[in-house]
Write a protein that binds this ligand. Sequence first.
Ligand SMILES: [Zn+2]
Length: 336
Amino acid sequence: MVTAPDAGRAGPLPVRPLMKPWYRVVHQRDSVTFQYGRSLVVVRGDGVSDLFVRLLPLLDGRRTSEEIDSLFGDAERPSIGIAIRLLNARELLMDGTEVTAKGTENPSIQFLIAALGISVSPDEIASSLAEARLGVLGGSPTADELGTLLAEAGVRVERVEPASDHLPPAGSSLVIACPDPGQPALLGRINEKCLRLGLPWMQILPFDGDTSVIGPLYLPGQTCCYECFRLRRLSNSEFPKSHRLLEATPATFPSAVSLDRTVAGMAALLLLRWFASDHGQLPGWAYTFQLNPTMSLASHRVYRVPRCPKCGPDWPAPAPGSIVSPWDSRGQAGGT
Ligand SMILES: [Zn+2]
């Protein structure tokens, strides 16, 4: 016998209940345990395992609750109804009507929903990924790796050579700049152009012997810009004059394919989360990946510099209506 769930936690029942397929299920004599990550749900009661053995295969997203009820006898029907409501109250169900091949053929989408708790449907995420237009710039091998990873997840990626006259590429909704250590001027150039166009962009800085930096994602007029990032870095330096000279000087820092792929993978995860749900921890946040003394990833909030010479009070903000970014209409709060 299954007892009723807490009424207060139960949301509306999905039209066609679909058991989240990533939950591990353990049947014992008088209990069933569901587990994914830190989520653990234990249902106890006489005969509960037998009941769930028959119920779970029916929660395939193709039947309504009424159709499932009709497959059981009068004596079992109340327990079936309670069991479905309990699974729903514990957020173990999705709506099968919102899950088509469009959203399920892409393994990255199921991962985003399962691991990141994104509460939109797989089809909505598939649409968001398909609508994204990404321009990837820069000579770092990370650029190619990132482009490949995002393209495999369903994002349209255009690779643009640093010397191209089309910086940033026409039609981009987001630009990613991945300079190699020999391209110190690239980021300033992209910053000015994207500020002028109102176009979001993100940086991935090459490993400099100490760290690789992923982000921030810059939203013109809403978050810090690259110059803000630069000025804040300089203000933290013990030797700002030397730092200024060094940052403007090309270098040949070595990297490794494994490091390039690691950084690209982390950047791709952050971007997929952003495309899928406007996750707030990308605009105005920088992630530093360090190898020493132990391998680690740290996040840092990067605030706008009030009198930034590029995006401060004298910045000629694009006229209303001239913003080319589709993200501005999505209500994203920035790290200002
Ligand atoms: Zn700025």
